[in-house]
Design a protein around this ligand. Structure first.
Ligand code: NDP
Ligand code: 8X3
Length: 255
């Protein structure tokens, strides 16, 4: 059987591009997200194009019950997951802390931190039993440094950074690699979600720069997953050339 990759948040952005990249390399996919129509159309496209097998699982990572039931429903041979990409996540709002909206904060923590924990809690024992596996967590430059209005989103990505380091220690005896990708500004649906569908606010994030695109992150995921067995990439921080860290942008004409 082909190798198997499970990608959370495969309906858009990085997750979708990672699904396409691994499909192109002949892997079987488990694609997940809340938007069933998108999952089904991605499944159909990639199965036809690359002659691979795909399971699509529609669930919300914030519900442990949904995560456990959905992943638990996989046939045994599909539980032999080679790579798990914990990618599902979001930012909501960019208010200063004192103006922060509690409901947004809770959703970010529930999705970016608890969702990642729930999925990994289910999948990691399968990897331990198989004595192999690779977990790739989607962090952010926001998980490396603070920026104005980043507060709780940033904290959730600092948590991803910490969990990545801690998982690598706990899974050390079991031949499980744990890696993180920490991207800077990438034009996906991320900013539209963050600014509640406001296109002009979303566009302003990338004004005057050439941002990363989802394929840049898919390239990185493939690089990380295709290293030899004895090599574990711990952390890859990737920014546009016109971004030096979470706050420093050189906004001129796009390059
Ligand atoms: P998108 O908004 O394009 O994609 C987000 C994905 O996450 C979607 O597939 C969405 O699926 C899924 N998702 C969100 N909430 C849930 C949920 N509760 N349950 C299940 N799936 C969920 O954004 P990106 O591709 O840019 O973001 C992917 C990851 O990368 C996130 O963790 C983000 O924080 C991180 N990141 C993004 C950067 C950027 O600039 N774009 C930079 C650094 C990190 P659905 O809505 O169908 O559930
Ligand atoms: C997304 C990058 O800088 O917009 O994680 O927070 S940033």
């Amino acid at each position: 059987m082909n190798k198997i990759i499970l990608i959370t948040g495969s309906t858009s952005g990085f997750g979708k591009a990672i699904a396409e990249e691994f499909a192109m390399h002949g892997w079987n996919l488990i694609i997940t997200g809340r938007r069933q129509d998108r999952l089904l159309s991605l499944q159909k496209n990639l199965e036809e194009k690359f002659k691979i097998e795909i399971k699509s699982l529609c669930f919300d990572v914030t519900s442990f019950e949904e995560v456990a039931n959905s992943l638990g429903s996989l046939p045994e041979e599909w539980k032999k997951i080679d790579v798990l990409v914990n990618n599902a996540g979001l930012a909501l709002g960019r208010e200063l802390f004192q103006d922060g909206i509690l409901e947004n904060w809770e959703r970010m923590i529930d999705t970016n931190v608890k969702g990642l924990i729930y999925v990994t809690r289910i999948v990691s024992p399968w990897m331990i039993a198989a004595k192999k596996g690779h977990i790739i967590n989607m962090g952010s430059v926001a998980g490396k440094e603070a920026y104005s209005g980043g507060n709780v989103y940033s904290a959730s990505k600092f948590a991803v950074d910490a969990l990545t380091k801690n998982m690598r220690v706990d899974f050390l005896p079991f031949n499980i690699k744990v890696s993180q990708i920490a991207p800077g500004a990438a034009e996906t649906e991320f900013s539209l979600v963050r600014f509640n569908g406001d296109e002009s606010k979303a566009k302003a994030v990338y004004h005057g720069i050439t941002p990363l695109v989802a394929q840049d992150i898919a390239d990185a995921a493939w690089f990380i997953a295709s290293r030899p067995a004895h090599v574990c990439i711990n952390d890859l921080v990737i920014t546009p050339t016109q971004q030096a860290n979470a706050t420093a942008f050189h906004r001129t004409n796009n390059i």
